[in-house]
Write a protein that binds this ligand. Sequence first.
Ligand code: GDP
Ligand code: GDP
Length: 439
Amino acid sequence: MKPVIALVGRPNVGKSTIFNRLTRSRDALVADYAGLTRDRIYGKVKEPGFDFILIDTGGLTDQTDNMSDLMRKQAKLAIDEADLILFIVDGRAGLMPTDSDVAQQLRNDGKPVCLVINKTEGERREIISAEFYALGLGEPQVISATQGRGIDSLLAEIKQRIPAVEKIEADEAEVFDENEIRLAVLGRPNVGKSTLINRLLGEERVVAFDEPGTTRDSIHIPFEKDGVNYTLIDTAGVRRRSKVSEKLEKFSVLKTLQALEDANVVMLVLDAHEGIVEQDLHLAGLIVESGRAVVIAVNKWDGLEKSEREWVTTNIERRLPFLNFAKTHFISALHGSGVGLLFKSVRQAFQSAMTKVPTSRLTRVLEDAIADHPPPLVRGRRIKFRYAHLGGKNPPRIIIHGNQTESTPNSYKRYLENTFREALKLQGTPVMIEFKTSD
Ligand code: GDP
Ligand code: GDP
């Protein structure tokens, strides 16, 4: 499980600037989907030897709250969800009473905290940090987020304070177990996830039990079906629901992100009675960004008129065009109809996501694609593609080498993506096309 680090601090101290600096450039997959709202409050940070999820709690709290409520909520969120808290203060403004209040709240809880003084450009670190020792949070990190000063040292401090990742590989996807499908069932509250999970697992397996866990934990349930091993990642907490209080599920972005990290394939559950609502779109956005393989289960298909069914189908096509690679099933978890067929699509999506294709084959597909439809001229010169190789799995990353490849228009990139998808019979997974220029 990836460590979670939260940014806490008064408005305007530079939290989002720090956030943007630490999470820079992870846009490869998503940049292509115009109109998709991205979540700028949660991001992934990948550094050599360690990685973590970063939350800006300032973006989560309601800005209309008064300052002390705002700060109390931020700190509570961070304490609940994070492994390490970066408490940001403003070196220019100096120490403020609110800073001291928050520091006390953080100290009382005992969660690891790292004090970060921002906006320190042009100042001597000893002078700037002196007054902040009074917060009782130890040695501060002194940074300037806008100029990038102190960021390396901050990252080194973070690295020291979070658990190391076990295996660092150039190709992250290699750590996946090819013999087990890790399937996350995701959907906003009340779409029928629990009902569906019970169906998928079979009645006898569903025993509610209390399992300690934080708000961001999902339950992992291993099971076997038709000779295939699965681990079901249950964000709904079906098996934890013996307590009435826990029946009230809140949509948690962090829980979703963690589940996406852990999964190979996502089953996105939608509610046919309600169509696509904002929260579905938000969730769908996080899913595409993760690059995971997807199967869509449109639940509660029972008891709908023909016209309602047509409306739902159109609604999905229009509002989730960026998930059009996913196979869509119309099911009733309550009655069981259509549920058995989901497994085939999950297996197919998994196999596609994990596909292995030799360079020779990819290059042939590339050559055929070029022959059918040559790339355009850029500044009077034709873009030249030389060969393609597979750079990763889940999602498959196809790396195309050549000249001037960075000028390839999006429409042509899309054409190549579709051609590869068809030729390699990839279903249910996004495919990433990346260009490398060798001259
Ligand atoms: P947030 O409200 O805590 O998320 O703060 P923002 O990241 O939005 O930053 C508030 C303002 O401070 C913006 O105008 C930033 O450009 C500015 N700012 C952020 N970091 C620095 C810094 O290191 N030095 C200076 N001088 N300004 C900064
Ligand atoms: P969750 O919050 O996503 O886990 O949703 P639940 O599984 O708890 O289901 C929410 C409600 O929808 C419950 O009242 C279910 O009985 C109902 N429900 C679930 N699946 C179906 C279905 O296929 N058809 C109908 N009509 N209702 C369903």
